[in-house]
Structures are given as C-alpha cells and as structure tokens.
Design a protein around this ligand. Structure first.
Ligand SMILES: [Cu+2]
Length: 292
C-alpha cells in the first residue's frame, strides 16, 4: 500500500482546493454555467449573479447539500425506514441518462462511503454498502430513533470527489436534541476517552484537529482504518454540509490522530471521529466552533 500516503495527500489537496477556493471561486464562477443546474432552475437566460456576495458559499463549493451534482444523482429505493429494526437501504447513483454508474474509483479503500445522520446531528452511522451488478448499492441498517435523516453517498467518479445527499424518514415521534456545547473531551461508544485539541479553528483556512485517545489513562495506538489512523466526518450545523477529511501526514504521536480540515464557513460543526482498536471501530462526536 505504498500509494496510500500519495492518495491521501492528493485527496487533502483536492479538499483544500475545493474549500479554500470556495470564497474566491464563488465570486469568479458564473453560477449559471453549471450545465444541468441552470436548465433545472430555469436561470439559463437570466443575467448571472456573480457580483452578489451571498453567492460566495453556495452548494457549488460546499459538499453534501444536493441530490444531484457533477452530472450525477442519487436515487434511494425506499427512503422511509422503520425504526429499530434491521432493514436494507438501497440506492443507485445515476447519470444524466438515468443509467446507474458502476465504475467508481476506490477512495479510502472503498468505492462507496455511506453516511447517515439525523438532522439534529445525532444518530451518526458510517456504512460500506455492496454494489450489485446493476449498480444498486445496499447495506443492512438499523436506525433506533425516529426523525428526519440525511443520507450521504460519498464517492469518487472519474477522479472527482462527489458527495450526494438526500432525506430519509424514520417513522415515529422524533425527540430532537439541541447541539451539545463545544467540549474538548468525549467518550467513544466503546469507552475510550478522547481529548480534542483544535485551537484557532478558522473559516476558510486549514485548521489542525488533534485527537488524543486513551483508555484507562493509557495512550492508545489506533489500528489502520480505511487506510489511515482514523477517519473524520464534519457536518455543519443548520444544513449538514459535509466535510470529509483524513489524517494529516507525519503526525503520529503515540495515542494521537491528527487531521487537517478546512471549514468552509464560520459556525458550529459536529465532528465524528472514528478509529479502530482491538479490531473494533470506535465512534466519538464533538461540537466544534469555527470562527470567522
Ligand atoms: Cu467509509
């Protein structure tokens, strides 16, 4: 796996370009020049809005807000799930002709990363579905709590990182939670203590996020998970914009996992750190405040 660091570096560079470039590119790119979107929204013949400062952080640069992007679309077979029972979630990624895409690139050891999170940023799940010959992805899933959820299909196609998202509904009355206040310590679902260091997280520039992992006070050296020391998903409060980052290179202090993340805007984000130890994947969540 000699190529992994290079892949990560490339991926990080792509992210950095996508997010760091957002503020500038939003001013430069004609939002009507995006092919499908312009015809769908009926703006093709209208003057562009590139001088409107509100356009600087549109979904053009922020991932995971749209069911269709980059000429592709996500279609979920059954977006209504029953609470608390295992069922199959199935979806396809289709192109402009409605044909299922099947030749995905491998990123982080998988061709498809499926993330599910409730609108209040609880109920995070990270799954790796399997693809049938006809291009249908499916995975068993159990969602214990009712409510409105987002499904994120995160993948790479023809060397372009794409995150498509759509709604899922889980039956029953939802007990929606306020986002927890920012806190530097958390406990994973398997009982590992995690300390977050994220001094000076600022919008639009690279921020370093370091997680120190201990169990019973002893530093824990994580095992490789998806080709790295840990995996981090960040979702923005309010719209669940999706930021998918992997460890920065060359940190690897004992018991620590470090990430370089570029948050597109100020605001609050929910960070979902996953790491592997003793063969089990641990998940722990943090609220991160990002300043202007
Ligand atoms: Cu994944």
């Amino acid at each position: 796996m000699n190529s992994v660091p290079k892949q990560l570096a490339t991926f990080a560079a792509v992210l950095a370009v996508l997010f760091a470039g957002g503020a500038v590119a939003g001013q430069l790119i004609d939002p009507d020049a995006r092919g499908e979107d312009s015809s769908m929204s009926g703006h093709g013949a209208e003057p562009s809005h590139e001088d409107d400062s509100h356009m600087t952080s549109t979904s053009t640069e922020v991932h995971g807000l749209a069911v269709a992007d980059g000429g592709l679309r996500v279609e979920v077979e059954q977006p209504e799930l029953r609470r608390g029972r295992e069922q199959t979630i199935a979806f396809r990624i289709v192109d402009g002709n409605g044909d299922a895409v099947r030749d995905f690139d491998v990123t982080h050891e998988k061709r498809m990363h499926l993330i599910i999170a409730r609108r209040d940023l609880t109920g995070f799940q990270h799954l790796h579905p399997e693809m049938a010959a006809d291009g249908t992805w499916s995975a068993p899933v159990t969602v214990p709590e009712a409510g409105s959820y987002r499904l994120f299909a995160d993948f790479s196609y023809r060397d372009e990182a794409i995150t498509l998202a759509t709604d899922l509904r889980v039956d029953g009355d939802a007990d929606l939670k306020a986002l927890p206040a920012a806190q530097e310590t958390g406990v994973s679902d398997g009982g590992y203590d995690v300390q977050l260091e994220a001094a000076n997280a600022r919008a639009g520039r690279e921020s370093e996020l370091r997680f120190a992992i201990t169990r019973d006070g002893e530093p824990v050296d994580t095992e490789p998970y998806l080709g790295a020391g840990g995996h981090l998903v960040a979702l923005r409060e309010g719209d669940l914009a999706f930021l998918h980052v992997h460890p920065a290179e060359g940190d690897e202090e004992r018991g620590e996992v470090g990430f370089a993340a570029t948050f597109p805007t100020e605001g609050r984000y929910r960070l979902f750190l996953q790491f592997k130890h003793e063969g089990r994947v641990q998940t722990v969540a943090f609220t991160q405040e990002v300043a202007r």
